[in-house]
Ligand binder design. Sequence first.
Ligand SMILES: Cc1ncc(COP(=O)(O)O)c(C=O)c1O
Length: 440
Amino acid sequence: MALKSRPILDMNAFNAASDGCCDPLLDRRLKNCGAASVLYYRRPIEMVRAQGVWMEAADGSQYLDFYNNVSSVGHCHPQVVSAISAQAAQLNTNTRYLDRRVESYLERLKATLPTELSNVVMCCTGSEANDLALRIAIKATGRSGVIVTETAYHGNTLAVMEISPASYKQGEPSEHVHTIPAPSRVAYGNDIEVGFAQAVERAAQTLKRRGHPPAVFICDSIFSSDGVFTNPTKFLAGAVAAARNAGSLYIADEVQPGFARTGDTFWGFERHGVIPDIVTMGKPMGNGFPMAALVTHPELLAIFCRDVGYFNTFAGNALAAAAGMAVLDVIESEGLQQNATRVGAHLLARLGKIVTDDPRVVEVRGAGLFLGIDLCQPDDPGSPNPALAAELINALRDRHVLIGATGCYGQTLKVRPPLCLTTTEADLFVDALSDSLAVT
Ligand SMILES: Cc1ncc(COP(=O)(O)O)c(C=O)c1O
């Protein structure tokens, strides 16, 4: 039977119709949030506190968090918590006053980025940052077309949802959006750079024929919702050149790979040796404090601001600056980028042994502390096995290890622990995965 692609929010999710509801708190959640309630696992967990890579449930049990890149420097990191509480006790208002703490933060953030991207617009969510990036690119190019990967997710506003095929439950992309397969070997064979670049070229021609020449080629630099595609490094270069040849700008969505997660570089696009026209970022930026940003060339922002102003009440106020600065401090002082490289390599090596031993585990790939583990049918490495992924995720949950799924069908285990992970904690995960595979 042909597999159907699965919307990202349905993966690894509680489903009231099939999972049933026998918990009073769950019942309250469903009554309060209705159809928009999205919860992890067949048996959702009530979490009450967390520290480092560990989360504690209401019954006192501890869960190893291998799924969370919001609390990227570790849950409730004391330095981030104290920076936020000190600032909240001193000044917390809108963004229309001068504030030297904010400027210091923006300068510190810019120091991590290519020098030509010297203007920052602060936002509160990744969706907001991508929405604004689209608006800037459309204005600057005078065009409307967008090239995205088939299972991309870029957020939840009206415009950004349209370029997030992973969130469609039905229907096709609008006329101005053209999707291309994610940069996998399955789609493009061994020369991913050339195949992916040609796909961008063809997409640009199709959009032109439809009367929507491309304004934007946008991709998540680690393709997290497409299934995690990281290697070979530099494979994005051809696609970016093809997009620019067709008159398009290139937006790097760093919401997932940014802030040192990939280990070898601070930003995901750096692994590919490309410089984006616009970079967007979010999730780990405030370690749980809701903040995001867009960084771009002053000229592009000036074109956009000629016709329409941009103001954001909360984004980039002193509180956000305090949280963001503490996150950058912790990444540096605790060597978290280096830790992601070291512990990520250990994890990859140990998971490689599982690939050798179990015919249902077909490939492990990734960079730093963001890995994807592909599952297939036991007798057919080419057939994705989303059912096994769902069983394993719930089996691991019962062993108190939290992970998620990704990929077009939900056939890839998504492994994304906080950056402070130790090798001992990495081993706990690998052992729990081996034990779960043995009984699944
Ligand atoms: C790659 C990517 N871009 C953008 C977003 C949207 O960010 P937010 O949920 O903060 O709006 C997400 C969220 O999952 C994401 O994964």
